[in-house]
Design a protein around this ligand. Sequence first.
Ligand SMILES: [Zn+2]
Length: 440
Amino acid sequence: MVTPGGVLDGVVTIEGERIAAVGPRAEHRGPEPIDLGELWLLPGLVDGHVHLNEPGRTEWEGFVTATRAAAVGGVTTLVDMPLNCIPVTTSVAALEAKLAACRGELSVDCGFWGGVVPGNAAELGPLVRAGVLGAKAFLCHSGIDDFPDTPEADLRPAMRALAEAGAPLLAHAELEQPVDAEALEGLSPGGYERWLRSRPAAWEDAAIALLIALCRETGCAVHIVHLSSASALPLLAAARAEGLPVTVETCPHYLCLSAEQVPPGDTTWKCAPPIRGADNRDALWQGLRDGVIDQVVSDHSPCTPALKHLERGDFDAAWGGIASLQLGLRAVWTEARGRGFALSDVVRWMAEAPARIAGLAARKGGIAVGMDADLVAFDPDARARVDGGKLLHRHKITPYQGAELWGEVRCTWLRGAVVQEGGVPVGEPRGRTLLGRMDR
Ligand SMILES: [Zn+2]
């Protein structure tokens, strides 16, 4: 098993919903434990970046489908993003609508991020007190008209309010810069290369520079979501060296896929910021190795297949978002093992860090006494091809279709009870909402 203290050949004792003891196998006294043989026991993963889209866009995804897929993928805690649902989670009333919508539907535990939009700084303190774990802003158009981007002048009061409430600002860090028309010349409209060059790394780098400056000015903790541009890593490393409260995530698709691999016209690969070249991908792995990137979370952001405009293969028209909630652990493990990382590294990126950043580390993200008994039995040496049709996401389209991935999630426990076995969700939905940071 992977514990915060290292890898252990041991026994976990569960009492009720919590872990009561963790120790070496030889020292175990008491009833005969379940023997997992050669399987590894991991803490249930914490995915801090998921668009559940409910209420309002349940035809894109929903609490029932997403949380079942999460359980099968080894994820026992989700944190929902404040947009793509209707209403967007920018007020206490909207949070209440979300809480009402998810009642009885969760197969895993679920927390919520609030939303920062221009003019709602006064809502942020009440939202945090009502239970959101932090609040997210966009520095560019979000793709959803009722979640507008927040200019610097509005970010400042929002960040002061969040700092006072003891919660972080999460930021979609792309700040529009003039794009060199020459760079786009001759590229076919709607093609991937044009999409990629129209969202250059410079947009991310500019946004991150601004966010670091505002972090320094306001004292608000800043979390950069879905970092794609590796060229921002030196800026982020310098901010950390300065002692600023800046944390960073990237996603499986930026680590496991590259622009060179995008099949012509296959808009299932579209997301923003875009998947960049293989050299950039290698540099992101170095960012993980150096500890500048804290966590790896899915940014599971599905839509209906029609909105992907697959038949036209038009990257400009397609909705940007990649659904990978059920596949993240296997995809990241496949790439990580090939690069010489251990399962304990994957646990640090996909369970420990996301629990800490969401303020849930007192109960989630580790196999230790007093924590929730959220556990995953994982076979790191199993290998299988992805069959998108079998995913439990509401929609089955995925850029991982046909990919051969290492790892099989055999069994998942949520607070001591089996919720998934052999790829099949088990029992009634017993997930709970997680309201309020435990580190405030
Ligand atoms: Zn997202």
